[in-house]
Design a protein around this ligand. Sequence first.
Ligand SMILES: NC(=O)c1ccc[n+]([C@@H]2O[C@H](COP(=O)([O-])OP(=O)(O)OC[C@H]3O[C@@H](n4cnc5c(N)ncnc54)[C@H](O)[C@@H]3O)[C@@H](O)[C@H]2O)c1
Length: 477
Amino acid sequence: MTNRKDIKNTETKNDSTRRKFLKDSSKIAVAGAAGTIITPNLALARSAHAFGSDTIKIGLIGCGGRGTGASIQAMNTTSGNVELVAMADAFQNRLDQSLKTCTNNHKDKVRVPKDRQFVGTNAYEKVLDSDADMVILATPPGFRPLHFEKAVNAGKNVFMEKPVGVDAPGIRRVLRATEVAKKKGLAVAVGLQRRHERAYRETMEQLHGGLIGDLIHTRVYWNGGGVWTRPRDAGETELQYQMKNWYYFNWLCGDHIVEQHIHNLDVANWLMNDYPVKAQGMGGRQVRTGKDSGQIFDHHAVEFTYANGHRLLSHCRHIKECWNSVSEHTHGSKGYADISAGRIFDNNGKEIFKCKEGKGQRGGHQQEHHDLFADLRDGKVPNEGEYGAKSTFTAIFGRMATYSGKEIYWDDAINSNISLCDVDALTDLAKDPAPINPDADGNYPVPVPGAGAKDIIDWEISGGRKKKKKKAAAKPS
Ligand SMILES: NC(=O)c1ccc[n+]([C@@H]2O[C@H](COP(=O)([O-])OP(=O)(O)OC[C@H]3O[C@@H](n4cnc5c(N)ncnc54)[C@H](O)[C@@H]3O)[C@@H](O)[C@H]2O)c1
């Protein structure tokens, strides 16, 4: 457990300590870049056998854009045959569209007859009951902890999209299930595809090896124009509307700092081979003001501090016609790097490393599936659950900082018991109430740093500091 005193002390540590930290972390990071471990006792685990050239059957839960893409990428893998055997979605039309797209891409590998197509919030259970060897979890992240835990309990290997949760209780649930998966010998892959891209891996190796000396600070950005909105249809319930328009509701999405910026924050954590201990930031809504923009901010800026004193500056913005960048950069005593471009420079601006693979040639979404299926066939058991959960929590931690406007600490934040929604209890989209509701004018409650918004997340607004218990008054003698 890191407290304020520990951080202050480490901030004054000298360069040799930092250099040692980086050398040590470089060894760990290179060995663990793909997160692959060999299970110690293959006989213990049903799924830890080498699939070899056997057909690997997959089931898809969450048949939207990414779930469809991930299923196609799994079937594209060249290490052996992969077949899609079951599908589940909350909505019939999403499942139908996904099935059509998958079939158009892999006619001979899609074996999903009507009795293996499941619709509704509990449809995922039917996919877990099927004979799929691996499931792809690609619903909005609010459901991920529930689906991941149940998938591991059902003995399935898992590929799950990032983020893997939206609140601290969900992240703790994912961390617990990750440990169960390890014991059962089940593979856990997380859709943080940069970790599988050659350009990132080679650049990280150089940085971990000390090419720019001691790392001083890091900057990461996801600044862009924003994402889709899906308009309200006549007759749909509030819950159906929120599920369809999930990006704008924190119980489903976690805000865009969690949904998108996680990729860049994860790169920083990978670089540091650690997670921040402290955060403070600011954010708000400048243009996202309409009734169709739910409750999320349109910009966040956070300063994170790691235990060794390293600062990470993070920006994410959803505002059109501003400076856009999706990138990660770090600065060291002997130079600096544009990690996302795979380029490293000395302090005079001379390029000292350039990755051969340029932006746009990387194919991380495909590579992560090549790596996963090759491992499964070899009897290796990748487990990316821990960094998937902790990098997701880094983004949630950032959101807590910008919503509250306070300086907050990881150890308090990760122990928060504020759950944004009891998703286990949702069974009927047409009848269940939505966990958050608009006011009479159709506007949803939005956090106001430093002040109220208690309806949303009390803990985040309070900054997570525990209230001191009042001393009991002395009893009269
Ligand atoms: N790694 C990446 O680069 C990347 C890129 C895009 C999206 N993603 C992630 O993939 C996930 C899905 O994003 P998307 O763009 O495909 O969204 P999407 O809206 O296209 O798809 C989500 C699907 O999940 C379904 N769904 C919602 N709740 C469900 C439930 N309880 N049970 C079954 N189905 C349910 C929806 O109906 C929808 O079809 C998100 O976590 C997102 O962050 C990752």
